[in-house]
Design a binder for this molecule. Structure first.
Ligand code: ATP
Ligand code: SF4
Ligand code: MG
Length: 360
């Protein structure tokens, strides 16, 4: 009897696992056929949850919903800016895309191939074509390696050159590309200025000839003059390498406006508005985007003087227990009973201008 029940339970569990695996496979195949082949990146309904564990047995007591159903694409040569308050999930999204994290659910299609659930050994080729530039260049560079070796390492890992002479030439080329003198190859990271260190990180990130760079707050640790230089460097690199795309994450709304063709606004693990940079900055529709952009100082002193700031009440709610319905409703001046119950979908409201709000 017990054996029969076990057999039944196992059969049921197997059927469930098979159904799940098939559903995932079908979804991936559908997306693979539906995805616009020309996109360098397609992210579909991505979710990332972090378990919160407590006690001796490390039981899971809750989940942080860091990413809660995010979809967007990036075309070759395009820069997509990503903005939003601290803790809304920008870094987690970047880390999922580059597969430092395995997403809980959803799909990541890179250069037409699903990479969301691939194991480490299957990610090698993709890791070369996708790199990340971090906020703190000092923390992301090995202090015990010379700058030349730091840039050389990815060339070695991905076996991109054959001999010492070629390594040296390629490293020198990458140094020059980011505006560093190849004479600096023997120096260590601590002998560089902040701006030079960030250039070094960019040189390393470019070593594998990537098609997508995920830049997570790449200028926020730099002083203002260095910020402009590094921002220009990103622009120059893209002008030189036409198909290089960026996901540019930053708190600096002016920098994002300057560098991005399109911008996505995130709030509590979801994209609430996505539009061309021109459309968003001249006419944001979502109440949260409006408030965020109203906080941006304007370079023109007259406009700055007349700028109307929308002050948001309260803090961003915790992603451990996000509000039901529209997660922005506790802070939104236009919230209705519907907003408290129904989560608004991200809809195309004006040819390529997407907004997630019941009021728009
Ligand atoms: N490894 C982790 N384990 C548990 N929770 C995490 C982990 N990483 C991030 N989180 C949580 O996920 C949420 C999103 O964090 P994330 O770092 O992605 O935000 P962010 O938008 O990059 O913020 P910031 O602008 O401050 O860099 C936060 O609530 C954070 O506490
Ligand atoms: S859906 Fe409702 S609560 Fe959410 S942003 Fe729109 S009006 Fe505000
Ligand atoms: Mg971050």
């Amino acid at each position: 009897m017990v054996t029969m029940i076990n057999a039944e339970t196992n059969a049921e569990a197997n059927a469930e696992t098979n159904a799940e695996a098939n559903a995932e496979k079908n979804a991936e195949t559908n997306i693979e056929t539906n995805a616009e082949k020309e996109n360098v990146l397609d992210v579909v309904d991505l979710k990332m949850r972090f378990p919160v564990r407590r006690g001796l047995l490390r039981r899971m007591v809750a989940e942080v919903k860091a990413i809660d159903g995010v979809s967007f694409s990036i075309k070759p040569g395009e820069t997509l800016g990503l903005v939003g308050e601290s803790g809304c999930g920008k870094t987690t999204l970047g880390r999922c895309i580059i597969r430092l994290y395995k997403p809980t659910e959803g799909l990541i299609m890179f250069e037409g191939q699903a990479i969301s659930q691939r194991g480490k050994s299957e990610l090698g080729r993709f890791r070369r074509r996708m790199s990340m530039v971090f906020q703190d260049p000092y923390g992301s560079l090995n202090p015990r390696m010379s700058s030349g070796d730091i840039v050389r390492e990815p060339l070695e890992i991905h076996k991109l050159v054959d001999n010492r002479k070629e390594y040296k030439e390629r490293v020198a080329e990458l140094f020059t590309m980011v505006g560093l003198s190849p004479d600096m190859m023997d120096r260590y990271p601590h002998e560089f200025s902040g701006g030079q260190r960030q250039r070094l990180s960019v040189a390393r990130a470019l070593a594998g000839d990537p098609s997508l760079l995920i830049c997570d707050e790449p200028i926020s640790a730099l002083d203002v003059s260095m910020q402009a230089q590094v921002l220009n460097l990103f622009g120059e690199l893209q002008a030189r390498k036409k198909n290089l795309s960026y996901l540019f994450i930053s708190h600096d709304l002016l920098a994002v406006q300057y560098i991005s063709q399109r911008v996505a606004v995130m709030y509590l693990g979801r994209i609430v508005e996505l539009a061309s940079s021109a459309d968003l900055y001249s006419g944001a529709s979502h109440p949260y985007s409006k408030a965020l952009l109203s906080a941006q100082p304007r370079p023109d002193p007259f406009i700055e003087e007349t700028r109307d700031r929308i002050i948001l009440e309260g803090d961003v709610p915790t992603p451990l227990n996000p509000p039901a319905g529209c997660s922005f409703h506790p802070r939104c001046a236009y919230s209705t009973a519907r907003c408290e119950k129904e989560t608004p979908e991200l809809r195309d409201v004006a040819s390529g201008h997407f907004v997630a709000c019941h009021r728009v």
